[in-house]
Design a protein around this ligand. Structure first.
Ligand SMILES: Cc1cc2nc3c(=O)[nH]c(=O)nc-3n(C[C@H](O)[C@H](O)[C@H](O)COP(=O)(O)O)c2cc1C
Length: 358
């Protein structure tokens, strides 16, 4: 199965969790984006790879990418195709899920939509594993945006009731994020990371899972990117964010908090700084009318708790059409957000690169 994002630069992710490979095809890349530092790209992918530390699934995948095509079109734009081999599938863990769907996962709805021929082992095309090829495209976009003076960062803002401090919306401390390493919790405060780790490990011990919020910031984004209505930055970024499995809410700037403010509080007052128009606050998260203001872009993504949990759950047997208890085998993340931080950065980079190519 494959799925495509993008209007100007098209990113197509293909494969499945227990297929021989997963991969990405990128079409209409500008020449400058083809100057790829492959070592840095691999390090970026490593941040998401499974098998590292107590917060991630024990599935062991090296997630080494291989570029299988680099070609230039007659109009001068570039195409790139890259794959990652799946090496540690354990499909037996998923046999019984074909008839007894996991509550909270896509097993039942995938069957409604695609019938029972789809390989849903490991979550199939709905798996968090599909975010690995997204990170290849995102890592390339990130390197391209850096050359344009744009920097993107993210951290876990909260897990359950454990909270990190938020980015400064006027000057996000992207370089201050700690724990940007495989298997670690990315946060601004180390104390918060310890508290979040404790919440995740407690959920894991109890055979449960826990949700989280990831905060993303992009600095150096010039004013004037995006457009009216469906060409707006929120309209461009939201589909790629919702393409990340388990994302349930997207909030730009003050997001839903804006609904509780007075206009005089929410409006970001203008000022002149260094000869440029700036705002004194940034409730808009760097976007007004779908167009960037030149202030940092800030977004929060809410992740639901991992659906696959060790606790016994109520489900149904679709073959026998009777209710049945389900005990899930297999290896799962107790909090998907831990490995999703680079994915959020990748999605933002791809969306911005596409919007900037307009
Ligand atoms: C990085 C990442 C890892 C994930 N790992 C798991 C996992 O181990 N087990 C699981 O049940 N769901 C996992 N998910 C979430 C499911 O893929 C997702 O909840 C499911 O496809 C249903 O889609 P929805 O939650 O968007 O409705 C992961 C998601 C991401 C982003």
């Amino acid at each position: 199965m494959e799925s495509t994002f993008g209007k100007n630069i098209r990113v197509t992710v293909f494969g499945g969790s227990h297929e021989p490979e997963i991969g990405v095809k990128i079409e209409d890349l500008p020449e400058e984006a083809m100057d790829i530092d492959e070592e840095r790209l691999q390090s970026f992918l490593d941040l998401r790879a499974p098998g590292n530390g107590p917060f991630a699934t024990k599935r062991k995948e090296a997630d080494r990418f291989e570029i299988t095509d680099r070609s230039q079109s007659e109009d001068g734009s570039w195409q790139l195709r890259a794959v990652i081999k799946n090496t540690d599938q354990r499909s037996r863990d998923y046999k019984k899920l074909a008839d007894v769907p996991r509550p909270g996962h896509a097993d039942l709805t995938a069957r409604y939509r695609y019938g029972d021929g789809l390989n849903m082992a490991g979550g199939g095309p709905f798996s968090g594993r599909m975010t690995a090829p997204l990170c290849i495209a995102g890592g390339i976009a990130l390197q391209y945006l850096e050359k344009q003076g744009i920097k993107i960062g993210a951290h876990i803002l909260s897990v359950g009731d454990a909270q990190d401090r938020a980015f400064d919306p006027l000057a996000p401390e992207i370089d201050m994020v700690k724990g940007m390493e495989p298997g670690k919790i990315a946060s601004l405060s180390e104390e918060a990371a310890e508290k979040m780790a404790a919440v995740i490990l407690k959920a894991k011990e109890e055979g449960d899972s826990v949700g989280a919020v990831i905060e993303i910031a992009a600095a150096g984004v010039p004013g004037g990117i995006g457009g009216a209505m469906y060409d707006g930055i929120e309209s461009i970024l939201s589909p790629i964010y919702f393409g990340i499995p388990a994302v349930k809410a997207v909030a730009f700037g003050a997001g839903e908090r804006a609904a509780g403010m007075m206009g005089s509080e929410n409006n970001d007052a203008y000022c002149i700084e260094g000869g440029e128009v700036r705002t004194k606050t940034n409730n808009a998260g760097g976007i007004l009318g779908g167009i960037t203001t030149g202030m940092p872009l800030t977004v929060r993504l809410s992740f639901k708790p991992t659906p696959s949990i060790a606790k016994v759950q109520e489900s149904v047997n679709l073959k026998e059409m009777k209710e049945e208890q389900l005990r899930i085998e297999g290896r799962h993340d107790p909090c998907v957000a831990v490995r999703a931080v680079p994915v959020c950065i990748a999605a933002t980079a791809i969306g911005l690169m596409d919007a900037m190519a307009e």
